[in-house]
Each structure stands twice: as structure tokens, then as C-alpha cells.
Design a protein around this ligand. Structure first.
Ligand code: PSU
Ligand code: MN
Length: 295
């Protein structure tokens, strides 16, 4: 495991640090938008006063805080794998390169002492045939704050909410009472808690830590300008049927659905995806800042 010196120094000095995942770079967005986005996210985190730590597996080395050259390499690498928990050890042993999912990034960030992590949307329960992201179980056993725009819109939101509840993942709506649904800022599902500021989110995490709760605190940040929930649902059901018909499954499913949504929406879902990633990176940096200032 290798930490960028700037990141390890910030962790030791308890300065605000934000972990960023890299499956969104390797599998979530079209090239070359993926690299531009990866750079912008790091810049956004810095502007908001925190140190960015993009996490990825580079030729078998777990790397926390990529250099500019490393970020380029992983963004260009079309053979990069998708690292979750079930293949993380093997990828390292076989000297492979990979983007890290929310599950893998949360695990690694927590391991090195990073407390705040930003992503676009978390994985969850897909509509049938049965498929459930490892993100859910990992979030139930890793005490870290994760800022997202909700579960990805390709998912069965009702089932995902039930799993989050039964797994005991803390949910905080950021200035909202309802679950944000990734491309859409609002869905019909009521959240248990609402917070109004980065400080309030940081305090909820602090309290959960003091109580010894095992899981993550998910901060759900609605995208500022999103798409209509029913419209996205229509594209999702078409893409899901296509996936089932062409036998797309396993770790290929989420990337397939995201790229089909981009096509069906004429690029609108990508535009919203980029916006929400930026907004989440900014909020995560603010929360990390608030947290660094709480005794
Ligand atoms: N957020 C995005 N785009 C993405 C992802 C998140 O805006 O591509 C990635 C995350 O890394 C998440 C993964 O963990 O998709 C979910 O994949 P799966 O459903 O196979 O667990
Ligand atoms: Mn899956």
C-alpha cells in the first residue's frame, strides 16, 4: 500500500482529507471526460480547503492519493479492472490495475484513517434478476462518512432503502427529507434524518463514532439541476430489459446500464453525473473541514 506524502501528512496532522473512488473513472464515464472529471474533482476538493486522495490499484499496488501522471494512466487504461472486495487481494497479487468501487474505496480509506469519502452514486439492489452491490454490506461495517447523490438510478430504490435500513447504515438527507435518486434530486422515499449544514453532518458522524456504531454515515446530497424521476425510470427500464436480453450480468451490469442511459438520454445523464460528482466532492470537503475543527 502506498500513500501520497501530502495525504499521509494531512492524515497525521488531522487536516481535512477527502477520499475519491476510481471506478467512476475506469468504468463509469466515457473517455476522455473521465480524466477531465477526475482532475476537476481533485481541484474542487482543494478549492474547498481539503486534500484529495483518489484511490486506485496501480500494477498491483494499492495507491492512496494519485499523482497527476498516475491519474492519467488509470484514466487511459482500457484494461483496468473493477476492484471490489471479492477481487481486491487477487488484483494485488497478480499486479493488475483497477478502479476501486465504493466498497473497496471505503474499506481502503478507512484502513489508512481517512474519514470522509465522496462518490457519485452508491451501488445497491438491482431490479430482477437478483444482483446486489457489495457497497451495501461494506457500508454496514465501515465507519466512514460517504457523500453521494443517492443510490444510482439504475437500482430498485425501495429494495435498496430496505437493505440500508436493515444493515444499519445511517442516512442523512442534506437539506432534504426525501431520498435523492442520483440523476433526480428527489424520489418518493422518506429519509429518517435531515441535516442542514456540513457541521451538523460531521456531528452526527461524531456521535455515531462515540456510540461505537459499526457502519457508515451516508450523506445524501440532491443534485442541484437534475432530471425528472419518471423520465429516468423510463430509460432505466429500457436499459434493464436490454441488459437481461443480452445476458449482461455481474460486475459488467452497472457500467453497461450507465452507458446505455447516456445514449438513451442523448448525453443528459452524463451531464448530470458530472455535476453531482462535483457537488458531492465540494460538500465532502466542507464536511471534512467541519470535522477537522470539531474537538
Ligand atoms: N458513482 C458514479 N458512477 C459510478 C460509480 C459510482 O457516479 O460508476 C461506481 C461506484 O464505484 C460503485 C459502483 O461502487 O459504480 C457500483 O458497482 P456495482 O453495482 O457492481 O457494485
Ligand atoms: Mn453486482
Amino acid at each position: 500500500m502506498r500513500l501520497h506524502p501530502e495525504v499521509s501528512e494531512a492524515i497525521t496532522q488531522k487536516k481535512p482529507v477527502v477520499a475519491l473512488e476510481s471506478t467512476v473513472i475506469t468504468h463509469g464515464l466515457p473517455r476522455p471526460t473521465n480524466l477531465e472529471l477526475a482532475r476537476q474533482l481533485e481541484a474542487t476538493v482543494r478549492e474547498a480547503g481539503a486534500i484529495p486522495a483518489t484511490i486506485a490499484i496501480l500494477k498491483g499496488q494499492v495507491t492512496v492519493g494519485l499523482s497527476g501522471v498516475e491519474l492519467e494512466a488509470i484514466a487511459h487504461d482500457e484494461s483496468a479492472d473493477k476492484a471490489s472486495l471479492w477481487n481486491l487481494g487477487a488484483l494485488v497479487a497478480q499486479s493488475k490495475s483497477a478502479g476501486t468501487t465504493v466498497a473497496a474505496t471505503a474499506f481502503l480509506a478507512h484502513k489508512v484513517g481517512i474519514q470522509v469519502f465522496a462518490t457519485g452514486g452508491i451501488g445497491g439492489v438491482h431490479p430482477l434478476p437478483y444482483d446486489e452491490s457489495a457497497d451495501l454490506l461494506e457500508l454496514s461495517r465501515t465507519p466512514i462518512m460517504v457523500v453521494s447523490a443517492g443510490p444510482k438510478s439504475i437500482l430498485d430504490l425501495a429494495a435498496t432503502m430496505e437493505r440500508l435500513e436493515s444493515l444499519g447504515v445511517a442516512l442523512l438527507g442534506y437539506k432534504t427529507d426525501f431520498l435523492p435518486a442520483f440523476h433526480s434530486p428527489i424520489s418518493p422515499y422518506k429519509l429518517p434524518t435531515r441535516v442542514e449544514s456540513p457541521g451538523e453532518a460531521a456531528r452526527a458522524f461524531q456521535a455515531a463514532q462515540e456510540l461505537g456504531l459499526p457502519g457508515a454515515v451516508l450523506v445524501l446530497n440532491p443534485v442541484s439541476q437534475g432530471l425528472d424521476f419518471a423520465q429516468v425510470e423510463g430509460w432505466v427500464s429500457q436499459a434493464t430489459q436490454e441488459a437481461a436480453r443480452s445476458g449482461v450480468q455481474g460486475k459488467a451490469l452497472t457500467p453497461f446500464l450507465l452507458s446505455r442511459l447516456a445514449e438513451l438520454s442523448g448525453g443528459q445523464t452524463v451531464e448530470v453525473n458530472l455535476r453531482l460528482l462535483q457537488e458531492n466532492a465540494r460538500l465532502a470537503a466542507e464536511i471534512a473541514g467541519a470535522q477537522a475543527n470539531t474537538p
